[in-house]
Design a binder for this molecule. Structure first.
Ligand code: GLA
Length: 701
């Protein structure tokens, strides 16, 4: 069956994306209707519309593919526009379509009165059971148009009696916790108005009929590739029709479309699985690794990093970095990253942001000697930057107080003592790109951690024409995308890590530019089990930065064993930020042993399939399993939580293995068949609270 089929008789398109089938049809009145989004229903030419409202007059609009504010439409609009002459009514009808390289469909719609066109694009990814979609809104007329809402799209869900919405919520140092609730009526709105993706909510949503479980049942996933203000709306439009909308937030948004101009929305990914949340995550992870992550590093292993933050904080200098680097090299670290504190005037978070030269009192000879030392130890050098922000106490701000977002004559609210640079201005963009490009050109740097430690406030851009001033929410994001794209083009070997006070800017748009993310400032290995579980619902472990840090943990005051801390961090892209100078000889040996093991098995974690066998949310025991695509190797991570005496901990049954393979455990000579491991299981054999274990399974050839 072709990936995209078109039946001209029915005016029906079928996008066949593996397990997901997406059907669109032109109704008799010319409007474009979504007929189906879900499991396969058969080839387009045999498809017959059944049932209720699609044929009742007017009600078919409840499934309109790209709803507008216009005519008899009362649901959330994807598009709300002011057309010339103050007309705030927009009604879209089918104009034409095209299919490119047999995978991409573009359907063009046009307003009934003015030359405003909307091109709806759909790219099918049958390998991952998903489609990626976006809209291009074009002003083909002679006068200006104002967009007041321009979402990426809406998904009309099949008619079911119940819908449950799942999402990832939290706060600073507690991101991506899984939340689920039943939708009853009206609208559920999830959004960010903070200028970044946000710690509080993430643009990755899941829908099911309330009965899907980890490895079974129908699940729909919708993700937005956007790193700024976003909005998702789950709305019962009427007659129990549930729709899910996603896109750039219309809050304080408007976009001026001069004649000939167009606005392209961010991409929205719509994924489907009949194999539960686990099945959906695994398809998303594969999609991200092969299609989203920057190509030059996607296939390479993520390096083991050392990051100075939780050891030295702002107190970095040539001497202490050199000493620490020696210890880091000893335990097997591959990239030594200097976090905050290295630039002029930066002794705490009250000054320095903006003055991006090495602080002469800490680095009298510049960064060169440290970089050379790190390289001589066989590691690469990495560095922390926060390019979008400025401390008022900096030379940059003293020179250019007008370079930040502000409203003239009004207070400029500081967060972490800083303000946001107005990247909508070309001079500010050039400055930011210029110093970053110079830093990477003049120094041998292999890794950049790009941070963003505040939310936007007073989002004024006083020099812009009035009609463009609310475009800042979108223009800022496009500016950082452009800067990152150009830096990557000029410095292809550099690995970029995205950070926003931890996981405040994790999304598919950012993932097109960052090779990995700093998942959370919460480095407590137990809290991390929950944060990492939620993270992996949508995002692949390869991108999930996780450090081993000191005890007691600076946030939770909890002291977990070094082993537990390593095991928790080894479920993603491993890093270390523990004070190596304070570790005993024995602990250094232990760290070395874990890192050596991680390097041998990281391909299983980073490029394998993840099975969340037992959620920490269920208590007792948490279990996560990774399997290589060829099923030849697997890793089982086990963590005991609080256990009462005599509480029964059942065997853990594995998944995703080949039943006929014979697997050797931990190179011990002991072997078990895949069938036994999957159907009988294995005794976790963890006695006591907060113990952990990793078991490595390797098929014997
Ligand atoms: C943020 C990051 C931390 C660290 C500090 C430095 O909080 O999330 O990892 O880099 O900034 O100031």
């Amino acid at each position: 069956m072709a990936t995209i089929e078109f039946s001209s008789r029915e005016k029906l398109w079928s996008i066949n994306a593996g397990a997901l089938q997406y059907l669109l049809k032109v109704a008799d009145d010319g409007s474009l209707i979504n007929v189906h989004c879900g499991g396969r229903v058969g080839p387009a030419e045999t498809f017959r519309l059944e049932g209720h409202f699609p044929f009742e007059p007017g009600l078919h609009l409840l499934r309109e593919e790209y709803s507008t504010f216009g005519g008899l439409r009362f649901m959330e609009p994807c598009l709300k526009a002011e057309l010339p002459g103050g007309i705030r009514d927009c009604v879209l009808k089918y104009v034409g379509h095209s299919i490119t390289d047999s995978r991409e469909l573009a359907v063009t719609l046009g307003d009934i009165g003015y030359s405003l066109q909307v091109e709806l694009h759909y790219r099918a990814y049958p390998e991952y059971n998903l489609i990626s979609r976006w809209a291009i809104i074009r002003n083909a007329g002679q006068e200006a148009v104002t967009l007041e809402e321009a979402l990426s799209g809406a998904v009309s869900l099949p008619r079911r009696s119940t819908w449950r919405l799942g999402y990832l919520a939290g706060h600073w140092a507690g991101e991506t916790r899984v939340v689920e609730e039943e939708l009853k009526a009206g609208k559920k709105v999830l959004e960010s108005r903070r200028g970044t993706t946000s710690h509080q909510l993430n643009p990755a949503l899941f829908l099911d009929s309330g009965d899907a479980v980890e490895e079974d049942g129908e699940v729909w996933g919708c993700l937005l590739a956007w790193s700024g203000n976003w909005k998702a709306v789950a709305e019962y439009a009427s007659h129990d029709q549930l729709r899910l909308y996603m896109g750039v937030n219309d809050f304080d948004f408007s976009w001026h479309l001069a004649p000939g101009e167009s606005f392209t929305t961010p991409k929205m990914v719509v994924a489907y699985s009949s194999e539960g949340f686990g099945g959906l995550s695994r398809s998303l992870h594969r999609f991200e690794r092969r299609e989203v992550l920057p190509k030059n590093h996607a296939d390479k292993p993520r390096p083991v990093i050392y990051n100075t933050w939780e050891t030295l904080y702002f107190n970095v200098n040539e001497e202490n970095l050199k000493t620490l680097a020696e210890r880091a090299a000893e335990i097997g670290v591959e990239i030594f990253v200097v976090d905050d504190g290295w630039f002029r005037g930066r002794n705490d978070d009250r000054a320095g942001l903006g003055d991006w030269e090495p602080d002469p009192s800490k680095f009298p000879r510049g960064l060169g000697p440290v970089i050379e030392h790190v390289k001589s130890l066989g590691m690469k050098f990495g560095i922390w930057v926060e390019p979008e922000n400025v401390n008022p106490n900096s030379d940059l701000y003293r020179r250019h107080p007008d370079w930040v977002y502000h409203f003239p004559g009004r207070p400029r609210s500081e967060m972490r003592n800083q303000l946001v640079l107005n990247l909508c201005r070309s001079d500010v963009r050039e400055y930011v790109f210029g110093w970053l490009d110079r830093l990477l050109t003049e120094n041998d740097i292999g890794f950049v951690k790009w941070d963003m430690n505040r939310n936007f406030s007073e989002p004024g851009w006083p020099d812009a024409p009035r009609e463009r001033q609310r475009e800042i929410w979108v223009r800022h994001v496009l500016a950082i995308y452009d800067i990152l794209d150009e830096l990557r083009r000029r410095h292809p070997d550099v690995v970029f890590e995205g950070c926003s006070g931890g996981g405040g800017r994790v999304d598919l748009g950012a993932m097109e530019r960052y090779d990995q993310f700093w998942t959370s400032d919460n480095t407590d290995a137990l809290d991390r089990l929950y944060i990492q579980e939620g993270y992996t619902m949508a995002y692949c472990p390869k991108t999930m930065g996780a450090w081993v840090t000191g005890v007691p943990n600076f946030l939770t005051n909890r002291s977990l064993s070094l082993e537990f801390r390593f095991h928790s961090a080894m479920m993603g892209a491993l890093g270390v930020s523990v004070n190596l100078l304070e570790l005993s000889k024995q602990e250094i040996e232990e760290a070395k042993m874990h890192i050596e093991f991680y390097k041998k098995v990281r391909h299983i974690v980073q490029d394998g399939d993840l099975y969340r066998l037992r959620s920490p949310r269920c208590g007792g025991l948490a279990a996560f399993q990774y399997v290589t695509p060829d099923k030849a190797e697997s890793l089982l991570f086990l963590f005991s939580l609080q256990q009462g005496f005599g509480e029964r901990i059942a065997n853990v049954t594995l998944r995703g293995l080949d039943p006929d393979f014979i697997y050797e455990l931990d190179s011990s000579g002991q072997t078990l068949t895949g069938a036994l491991l999957m159907n009988y299981g294995i005794d976790p054999a963890l006695r006591g609270d907060y113990k952990s274990r990793i078991i490595h399974f390797k098929a014997k050839r």
